[in-house]
Structures are given as C-alpha cells and as structure tokens.
Design a protein around this ligand. Sequence first.
Ligand code: FEO
Length: 407
Amino acid sequence: MQVTNIADGTYQLSINVENILFEGFWEIPNGVSLNSYIIKGEKTAIVDGVCGWDGVPDTLFALIEQLKISPESIEYLIISHMEPDHSGWIEAFKRLNPDLKILCSNKAKDLLDAFYGITENIRVVGDNDTLDLGKGHILNFVEIPNVHWPDTIATLDTLTGTLFSCDAFGSFGKITSSVYADMLSKEELDLFEKETVRYYSNVLGFFSMQVKKAVAKCQALPVTMIAPGHGLIYRNPGEIMDAYSRYADYQKGPAREEITLIWGSMYGMTENAVNYAVRLLQEEDMVVHVHQVPEDSWGTVLSSAWTSTGIILAMPTYEFKMFPPMAATLEELGRKKVNNRKAFRFGSYGWSGGAGRELDEIMTRLAMGWEFIEPVEFAGNPRTEDLERIGSQVKKLVEEVKAVLRS
Ligand code: FEO
C-alpha cells in the first residue's frame, strides 16, 4: 500500500489486491489495484476508498494516517460508483465520522441506502454541479453512466486538471514500480496494456456504447491527468482515452489483426487437428491467441476474443451438441456482445454431428453476427485429407481477417 502526492494538495491512496476473483468470478492472475484520492483545500474530500475484499477499511485508515490527517477531519466523501470494491469501507468510516457529507449521483443515493442503510447528509450531484474545497480546488462533476454501473460519475478538479474517473480508464494489474504510466518500462507498459484490455473486456465491455459516449465527454474536458480507481495514473490523458475508444469499437468488430483459437477436446482427436492448425497459423503473418476450454477462464478467453477479428472454434460433438465448455464460453462472449467476427469451426464427431445446430442457435439467440466459413467435421481422428481441408480453411480465414481490416 502506498500514498503518493500526485498534484497540488492531491494524494493517491493505493493498495494491491491478489488471489481473489474480481466480482466473484473473473480471474485476475496479475492482481488489481484499488485507488482512492484525497484532495485538501481549506476543506478535505475523499474520492472513493480502498479496503480489503471483506469490507474492513483498516488499510484505508493506515493510509490516511500516513498523511497525518484524522478520518474525522474529512468533510466530504465523493462516491464515484457504488460497487463495493470502492464503497465497501463507507459504513465503517461513517461510524467514525458521522457528520461526513456525501456527494453522489441520484442512482448512487438509492444504492447507498440499499447497501448500507445510509440516507442522511447526502447531496445529489450531476453534470454542471460543483464543490469548492477552497485554495482553488473547485470540483466539477461529470455523469458517465454505465461506466460501470448507472450510478457512475467522474470528478474534475479544475485547479489541477485531474480527472478522478473511477472504473473509467482503469486496468487490472498490480502497481509495482510507479503509479504513473509514463514512468514504466516498455515491458511493464506492455503487460499493463494487456491488463487494461482484460479489465475493459471483462468488466466494462458490455457497456461499450456508453463507454464511447463517456470517453467523448471526457475528451472535451480540460483534463491534464487521469486518476482512475484501478490501475495507473496517466499524465498524458489522450493516450488512455484513445485506447478506451478503440476498445469500445472492438465490441462490434472488426478489431485487431488477430485470431483467437478456442478449443476443447475429450480424448485428443480434435486436439490433433488443433495442433496442426496452430502450426499453420504460426506460419502466417498473424497474431494468434490459443485457449483451451474449460482450462482457460472465461475472462482470459474473452480478453483475447475482444481484440481479435477472427475466431476459430475447435471442439468435438457431445451428446448431439457442442462440447459443453465451448457452449458456455460462447454464451459469455455473446453476453458481452463480442459481435461480427470472422469465424471458422472444426472438430471431431463419433457417431453423429450436431455441434453446428447448437452453434447456430447460440449465434442467432445472442445476435452475434459472426460470419462462418465452411466448417470441417471429421469422424474420429483427423486423416490427412481432413487436415488439408482444415489448413485450407485456416488460410481462407486469415485472408478474410486481413481483407476486412483493409476495407
Ligand atoms: Fe471498480 Fe465497477 O467497480
């Protein structure tokens, strides 16, 4: 945990969290940071908070102590968003500081009552509302609904140009060498870019239309620094704003010149064909992500699929339908609206096919709009002629991915 003075009278309080499933089910192999901010003018405000996943705010109190201020001296709490990764500490904090004045959106007000039974000392704020803390710190509130929940607001300190954006412009990944993106090595930045895509696709991706609007709204503001609730601080805000805008566009496709191959196999027969296809893809000039289901988590597969223009599905038939972990994975991709991909399917069957029927049903029901080229199904183990047919279709898919990105 650490406290960092990031601007005039402005402090970031940050902790890293590991070995949890984010929102109860997203794997985060590289952890995540939780960031809170304190702004000191003549009066002091705290923007969001940090606490352990159990809602115990001891860490927050310890961080505040490092700043040599008492929790009781904090006059205002600004709630950007009520999801408990940011709000889980409020109940305990309010017991210490019952006079705390809370500023939040109208929807957050309802959630504050529902989650913690807090109904008093609340001021509802939205676009064009301000809070003057003194010493030039005038805070402007900006509604950015559905980034992540409908309650979400961002706060711009007009003195420092700092935008406290909560989930917007956030990332998974622990903070290690520096809280500033511009201080990281290329290797560290590459990892954070992957963690930003993982975070975006897993947590915010569903709301991409609203994200796009929020990014445009933030781009029109005089922002010099972005201070999110998760991840790095950006002193060059244009880069992360542009990146988020691109991630939002990936939802409806096309995305990058990448192919994700998702596969499952019961007894290694489909796997034999997968190994052949992967070797072939590696010979092509194409970034390829390979994920086995159910071994790789939904979040990991989703993260790769989000940036991929092409998808290959390889699985056997199971009880006249798809290999069940593949069906579950596709349901998740459909729920997140990973739409309009170029796609190809192949796989093994025993006495009957049927995977295609279920695949069609999922694609139609979830309106995914994937364009499949002719599938390749084979009985049992793939023969040479089956592998040749798969090879031919893999090359065709590669061409289709490149073509759609050229158009
Ligand atoms: Fe980081 Fe939607 O909470």
